[in-house]
Design a protein around this ligand. Structure first.
Ligand SMILES: [Zn+2]
Length: 127
């Protein structure tokens, strides 16, 4: 067992990929190709993305580390640790306010005009 060795915990970067499952009263999870369920957690903005109904059922990938075999902690939102695969492309998950031309990384209201931001999947993480 390599768990609990600080040196490896610092450098170990893991990924998990599967179908994003959202169920009321449960943590969001990924259903992996081999049929396993991996529960996801992260910081507040990360949780916002995981609970975005527009992403339910998507082919989802996250970077971070396994806290236990069935529980995965995603890296903080500023590390851009979440992706969606669509049409064979790996896309960054961003949110866009067209009125103000403001991009954010978690769903919600635009801090400027207070309108709901639109989900905007992008090939490049441009400002
Ligand atoms: Zn706005």
């Amino acid at each position: 067992m390599l768990l609990g060795i600080p040196l490896l915990a610092e450098t170990g970067k893991e990924t998990v990929r599967g179908t994003l499952v959202q169920q009321a009263g449960r943590k969001p999870s990924l259903r992996t190709k081999d049929g396993k369920t991996v529960f996801l957690d992260g910081d507040e903005p990360t949780r916002g993305v995981l609970n975005d109904p527009r992403l339910a059922g998507s082919d989802f990938e996250a970077l971070g580390h396994f806290e236990s075999p069935g529980n995965f902690r995603i890296d903080p939102i500023h590390l851009r640790a979440m992706f969606v695969y669509k049409d064979g492309k790996k896309l960054f998950i961003t949110y866009w306010c067209e009125v103000c031309a403001i991009r954010t990384y978690t769903p919600g209201k635009c801090w400027c005009c207070q309108e709901e931001t639109a989900l905007d999947l992008r090939e490049h993480d441009l400002p």
